[in-house]
Design a protein around this ligand. Sequence first.
Ligand code: HEC
Length: 335
Amino acid sequence: MKKSYQFIIFLVMLGPALQVFISCNESAKGALVEAKASVANTNTIVSIDTTKIPDDKYGDEVRYGRELMLHTAYYIGPNGINGKYLGNKMNCSNCQQDAGAKPYSLNLAMSFRNYPGYRAREGRVLSLAERINNCIMHPHLGKPLPLDSKEMVSIMCYLKWLNDSSRVDNSTKGIKNLELTFPDVAASPERGNVLFAANCARCHGLDGEGKMQPNGVTYIYPPLWGPKAYQPGSSMHRIVKLAQWLMANMPYDKATYNKPVLTSADALDLAAFINDDKIHKRPFVKEYQYPNYKEKAIDYDRGPFNDTFSDAQHKYGPYKPIIDYWESKGMKPTF
Ligand code: HEC
């Protein structure tokens, strides 16, 4: 009874876009099943079973938290039914796929354990709630959720459940993104443009504008740049970080982390194309972060840095000389 009621809500929510969306979700599930199968009985990859969310009050919050991450714009988007917090119509799950449960997709299974924690970007210790609000304010261009709101509490309950139920630590496979093999040359936006037209435009549009659901609530295919996409300074705006994510996750219907479609060089070229601010406009951003520049990620898009490499080399590479230099000085490069 409860299930069929949920399904009707689902139908109403998604309307005519349902079929396409289901097929997207199915392929995401397919990837997860495949990932589980390939490492059967080893418990070395992040995996969860949502049927084990408890059937009690805490479980209700966990389920709503997961729902919020999957259908963020529907609940708290610009026309959200439970509050208007986001400035765009993207969902958390567009990047943290399967609500942060998918391996190698900016996975969130460790968040509950890693926060409160120090973050170089802010140069201070953040609570988990502050970290969540960072995403609401930056990639989502929104205003922060009140700390005692049902939405904030539910997202935190979901992240706690994700951590409890997946038995992970920071070395579990799939917590971090895939590692790239760095080429000796800088990433090329021109080559990325060609790869984009061949591999990505069929869903995201030739101009990266994405495709909105007919009911206007959220996207079938989210935008990659333009005023409604993530803003500069978001993690996805860093070329190495985006390339690692792309290798494991895109094209959506073809790539899995253990069978990527893109090579490291392809992914870097594509990321350079997507994140080239001279070619692609993004929402205006007031502040650039990392108060202590010595802690800045090496692929951040503007200096100063704790070395003498140019800002362009930091943004586009080649990255190996930068990494080698940092390691030779006993410093730990982050990217
Ligand atoms: C079959 C359709 C499809 C193809 C092809 C595809 N994507 Fe996606 N992409 C998606 C969907 C759907 C999502 C959202 C995933 C989710 O919500 O779980 C997404 C999400 C993304 C995101 C993160 C969200 C955002 O909008 O910033 C990026 C970046 C991205 N895709 C880049 C690419 C690139 C680059 C390619 C080509 C190599 C590509 N995609 C090919 C369907 C596709």
